[in-house]
Each structure stands twice: as C-alpha cells, then as structure tokens.
Design a protein around this ligand. Sequence first.
Ligand SMILES: C[S@@+](CC[C@H](N)C(=O)[O-])C[C@H]1O[C@@H](n2cnc3c(N)ncnc32)[C@H](O)[C@@H]1O
Length: 248
Amino acid sequence: MTFNSTVDPKDKHQFETISKEWWDPSGSLGSLHRFTPIRIEYFKNAIRRHHLGSWEQPKPLAGLKILDVGCGGGLLAEPMARLGGHVTAIDSSFSSIEIAKEHAEFSKLVIDYKMDTPEELANTGKQYDVVYASEVIEHVSDRALFLNSLRRLLLPKGVVIITTINRNLISLAFAKIAAEYFFGMIPKGTHDFSKFLKPEELQSEALKAGIIFDDITGFKPLFDGRYTKTSITAINYGASGSLAATIT
Ligand SMILES: C[S@@+](CC[C@H](N)C(=O)[O-])C[C@H]1O[C@@H](n2cnc3c(N)ncnc32)[C@H](O)[C@@H]1O
C-alpha cells in the first residue's frame, strides 16, 4: 500500500470542476486542444528515436503498450490509439475519466481508462513501452514519487516523455498571469507558479529517479493559436528519454 501520494487535493478538485469542458475546443481547455498536434508529433519523434514503432506501417504504434499518465479527457490518448497504440490512460480525477470513457466510445476507440495514480499502478508491476505525462508534473504534490513511479512503469527499452512549463519571469507572465487572468485561456487558479520546473531541474530530478532525459525541446504558440517547436524552452517544453540503466 502507498501512503505518500502524488495527488494534490486542491488540484484534484479543480480538475473535477472543469472536466465537462475537456472536449470543447473553444472552452477553457481549448489551448490544450491547439497544443495537441505538436505534442503528438514530439511523442512520435521520441518513440522513433528510441527505435520503437513500425514507421513504414499505417499504424506505426501497433503492438506498443502505451501509458498516458494524467490523461484528463483523453485529448492525447485518442490520437495515440488511432496510431495503433494499445493505450492505458489514468487520471486521479473521477469525472475526467468518465468523460474520457464516454468520448472514446463515441470515437469508437478502445482505450483502457482507469481512475488511478502512477504510484498505485506501479505497485501492480505493470510496465509499458511508452510512458508519457503531458502537462501533469506541474500539478503533482510529490515530484520525486511521481518520477520514481514513471520509471517503475517503464519497460527496460521503453521511452518516457514529459511536457511541462518552465519557471521564470516569462512563463510567470505568459503561462500564469496572461493565460489565466488576462486572456482567460485557462481557468483561474489552474497553475501554481512554484510548481513550474526548469528543464535542468527536471533532468536532475529524473536522473535521481533513474531516468535520463536526452532531449529537451521548446514549444511556442503561433499567432493562430496553434503551437510549433522552437529551440527556446522559456515557456512550454518537452523532455524525452529512457531508463538510465539502459544507457550507462
Ligand atoms: C493539465 S491536465 C492535462 C491533461 C492531459 N494530459 C492533456 O494534456 O490533455 C492535468 C491532468 O493531470 C491529472 N493529474 C494531476 N495529478 C495527477 C496524479 N498524481 N495522478 C494522476 N493524474 C493526475 C489531473 O486530474 C488532470 O486531468
């Protein structure tokens, strides 16, 4: 039994409250919709870089066991399933999982959704080829436990991917103040600035947990609201890598 938890109760309450908006692209979670295509592109590149997937096939992720940690309404789980992945998707928010299940049924996709946390799932001994947590680590209450759990959930030759928000004055201005209070792009109080994480902090904390992130890529919004890749990691960025033991 796990006594420590990665779930922040205040944050859980916030996601329970907004879960009905998951699939409304013009609602308060719309920026995640617009961020999805570049995130999927980043995931595909990371998986390919780690020699997983069958890239000459129409469904390149066929045969891969994929875990989406903090899946919300399934904005990423659905495209990953369409690419052929056998997707398990977990979230600590009950209502988000209910919405995700309903939407997958509507989309005629088979996705194994569960209300769960990474630490509890890791205790079952299950492991995956691809483990990703997109825009989640900045919401958890115990980062060391979270990263340790991701490592335990990864198969020896698997790939682990995180996307999150940097911590500096630029991200405070854009990702917190402007997005929540000025433009109303995301609900007020969604983010706690102190939980934003610099790429080098993520890399060093991940290494302590046994994960090597060998790629860090920045993302930036375009004028039409979509996102693109950039070498600048000042606001949003992705990190991908593998178990430290497979490299050393
Ligand atoms: C910003 S949303 C991102 C959702 C999804 N990954 C996406 O990008 O569309 C963060 C999600 O992480 C979930 N979450 C936060 N802490 C969690 C934890 N410890 N275990 C599982 N899910 C968690 C929240 O309930 C919420 O649905």
